[in-house]
Design a protein around this ligand. Structure first.
Ligand SMILES: Cc1cc2nc3c(=O)[nH]c(=O)nc-3n(C[C@H](O)[C@H](O)[C@H](O)COP(=O)(O)OP(=O)(O)OC[C@H]3O[C@@H](n4cnc5c(N)ncnc54)[C@H](O)[C@@H]3O)c2cc1C
Length: 318
């Protein structure tokens, strides 16, 4: 069955198709089992082909950006994992560089652009509004899905619209306005089958030196406050309204809590870091233990920010 899926994809997709590719290679946590098939899509038509093959073979898809907010089960993913390849990169800035400070400038970028690269590229063109992206190790597509944010700013402040390919509709292309995405703290109403392929942002001409200084400060803050040299998925839990998940976890006595190769970080309690030999199950168990401890101590039910894939056996990301 998996062979038939791989063969059908290989016959129609321009990009690379891999059978049984370990998803640990494609997530920043570096754990997780294989996908039945992994497609590195290069064109919107490749996404249409994935939609068709998944429908014909009744297989679920999983959109993988840079895997920086994704925990895949040890059993892997029973369907097709889709990564956007180089065909979905590129940055286009509207207008010349001679606008006055404060002028609004539209920037359209491919969804596979890594956020730090995009933030640096637009900063070089004296465009402000995306500096916070410099330390978010995800793709623009993943940032749209998650309404990624940092240092008091988030993508919703600059996103104008997103071009998506709908996998459930046989690959229909749509342009979704940011105002229709109900973007809230680390959430959007982006439909589950919508693959973001391109997004347009409204940035502003700004002072280049100030922008460079702000970004250097953000990078430095990360080095001091987050375990950036160990594999992780960033913040595991969403902050509850008016509080910080890290504070709740620490005061519930869970800092350093370890299961197998996964542990609550000693640097930032809302991070789980993994060592060599760690399994996705270790991370999953630490998540469950932390939730239980915080509920018992504070009566607060922590909600995961990290996207879990393949854990409930249905092939549905949650
Ligand atoms: C060290 C570290 C620090 C981090 N700091 C921050 C931070 O400060 N702020 C913050 O918000 N996040 C942070 N994160 C989390 C993560 O980088 C963001 O959530 C990021 O937006 C995820 O993007 P991604 O491309 O890696 O998506 P993935 O992790 O690959 O996927 C996450 C979700 O987005 C979906 N998705 C991915 N690409 C697309 C696409 N093109 N179209 C539709 N859906 C898509 C996936 O299906 C999945 O549901 C951090 C992570 C790490 C490891």
């Amino acid at each position: 069955m998996a062979d038939a899926v791989v063969a059908a994809l290989a016959a129609t997709v321009e990009g690379e198709v891999l059978a049984g590719e370990p998803l640990a290679r494609h997530t920043t946590l570096r754990v997780g089992g294989p996908a039945a098939a992994l497609v590195r899509a290069q064109t919107p038509q490749d996404l249409v082909a994935v939609a068709r093959v998944c429908a014909e073979h009744d297989r679920p898809w999983l959109i993988v950006g840079r895997g920086s907010n994704l925990l895949v089960a040890d059993a892997g993913w029973p369907g097709v994992a889709v990564i956007l390849g180089r065909g979905f990169r590129g940055v286009a800035v509207a207008g010349g560089a001679d606008q006055a400070l404060g002028a609004a400038v539209l920037v359209t970028a491919g969804a596979a652009e890594p956020m730090p690269v995009l933030a640096t590229t637009v900063a070089r063109q004296r465009l402000g509004g995306l500096a916070f992206g410099v330390a978010i190790p995800g793709s623009l597509g993943g940032a749209v899905r998650m309404n990624a944010g940092a240092h008091g700013h988030e993508l919703s402040e600059v996103l104008v619209d997103a071009e998506v390919v709908r996998l459930r509709d046989g690959g229909a292309v749509e342009r979704l306005r940011a105002t229709d995405l109900q973007m809230r703290y680390r959430r959007t109403a982006l439909p589950a089958d919508a693959v973001v392929v391109r997004a347009t942002l409204r940035l502003r001409r700004t002072d280049a030196e100030k922008l460079a200084a702000d970004m250097a400060e953000m990078r430095q803050w990360r080095r001091t406050h987050q375990p950036i040299n160990e594999p992780s998925c960033g913040s595991v839990f969403r902050n509850p309204e008016g509080d910080s998940a890290g504070r709740l976890i620490e005061s519930a006595g869970m800092k350093h809590h370890r299961v197998g190769g996964a542990a609550v970080s000693a640097v930032h309690a809302n991070f789980i870091t993994v060592g060599s030999g760690a399994r996705a199950d270790d991370v999953h168990t630490v998540i469950a233990d932390v939730r239980r401890a915080v509920l018992a101590k504070h009566g607060v039910r922590l909600d995961t920010e990290v996207v879990l894939a393949g854990f409930d056996g249905t092939g549905k990301p949650s």
